[in-house]
Ligand binder design. Structure first.
Ligand SMILES: [Zn+2]
Ligand SMILES: [Zn+2]
Length: 271
């Protein structure tokens, strides 16, 4: 039988800002355009994978973000006990994706070679490139490498049947997206390959990046890997919670991404 997965977006944080902060070159119609923060759960027949680990309360106050609900509590709402998670995929090592260091004591961490090299090397001498990283996150990950808890990937890697990571870089040099087969086809969890639908649909990159060219190529890669434009999931867009159904009645900020989205017409060039 072909293995498919249930997919969940679990919101844990929020940050109010305006549109000009979300596009290179700003935005002529500047108005409120907040960011939501998510982790994602990929639930198979026998194995559960979690994409990214979020940040905790201490990091939220340090970075002046709002922690709406601790990541572990959100996961428990959908029946995932962090202790039981064996595989944690890290899209990249920015502070909002790799905190909560002790939350998954039994997990292996899946990371791109290039991301580890990037955030421990000469690029961190540049303030512009260093800003989204936290030293404590990076040193913790070095510790996990030494503890034998990291599985490195180089480019494209199938980490389980029908669950494949693809390095796209751009936003961070070793950023990877996750392509996963669901009951509605191939979904691409883009993480920060696109913060918002508008970033990839309008080909307007988010201003935190390492390579404009690779961000733009990453948009095309996501279109190529997803079954349709509606199968691409941006990493920080509050609209995700509008388009997808609640995973549990009464909890509006944990949604099922393997369900068909409603209220949204697919836009953008598909191929
Ligand atoms: Zn990022
Ligand atoms: Zn992010």
């Amino acid at each position: 039988m072909t293995e498919t997965y249930e997919l969940y977006a679990v919101r844990y944080g929020h940050h109010d800002r305006t549109a000009s902060h979300n596009f290179i070159g700003g935005d002529p119609h500047d108005g409120p355009m907040p960011l939501d923060y998510f982790v994602w759960a990929i639930v198979g027949e026998n194995r559960t994978f979690v994409l990214d680990t979020g940040f905790d309360a201490a990091m939220a106050s340090r970075r002046k973000r709002t922690l709406l609900r601790p990541v572990e509590e959100g996961l428990r709402v959908i029946g995932i006990e962090p202790d039981s998670v064996k595989d944690e995929i890290l899209s990249h090592l920015h502070f909002d994706h790799c905190g909560n260091h002790g939350l998954f004591p039994n997990a292996r961490y899946h990371l791109q070679d290039v991301e580890m090299a990037y955030c421990t090397g000469r690029c961190m001498c540049h303030e512009f490139l260093k800003v989204p990283f936290e030293l404590s996150d990076v040193t913790d990950m070095v510790g996990k490498v030494f503890a034998g808890r990291v599985t490195f990937h180089d480019g494209v890697s199938e980490i389980a049947p029908n669950l494949i990571v693809h390095r796209v870089g751009g936003h961070s040099r070793g950023l990877q997206v996750v392509r996963v087969l669901t009951r509605r086809g191939w979904v691409v969890l883009g993480s920060d390959a696109a913060h918002f639908y508008a970033n990839f649909e309008q080909r307007r990159p988010f201003p935190v990046l390492e390579s404009v060219a690779d961000v733009l190529e990453g948009f095309e890669t996501m279109y190529r890997l997803a079954s349709s434009p509606d199968h691409i999931i941006p990493g920080h867009d509050p609209l995700v919670l509008k388009y997808y159904p609640a995973a549990t009645p009464g909890v509006s900020d944990i949604v099922r991404l393997d369900a068909v989205p409603t209220g949204r017409a697919a836009t953008g060039r598909s191929r």
